[in-house]
Design a protein around this ligand. Sequence first.
Ligand code: THU
Length: 161
Amino acid sequence: MIQHKVDFILEECGLEEIVDDKIKELLTTAVRYLDIAYAPYSNFHVGAAVLTDDGKIFGGSNQENASYPLCMCGERNALYHTAMASPSSIPVAVAITARTEGKLITSPVMPCGACRQVILEYEYRYGTDINVYLLTNDNKVYKVNSVKDLLPYSFDGSFLS
Ligand code: THU
């Protein structure tokens, strides 16, 4: 039997170690969007932001619904916000952070499977990697270079051609 091993690098640093101004702004935008999450059912606020190849930044937050399956994640709202507001821009990085009542989130909140698949679609669409940054409440920053690292052996449009 052949065994295929999959691994990837998850970088970790302190927020103060981030020197790129655009990445700082990206992370700050994700934090700002926590305040406009609509999460009365889970009380779990997710803020996200997308940086594009031409230096624009668009945010998104989760928007919940009494009919739970209709809840929309912050990451997807940020990506769709980007696609609507600046259709000629290419996403190059996504930042994600979360906040909940009474508990400091000190581990990186990873994008759910659906959001990974949607981020992947934009990587496939533009033939680029999208860096994923995860910011914790105690200001640690985690980074993966591509969502493919978080979704190995994934399904994309190449299977359909
Ligand atoms: N949520 C996100 O916004 N992004 C994710 O990747 C995971 C979950 C939201 C959906 C829901 O509003 C709340 O977090 C609890 O699941």
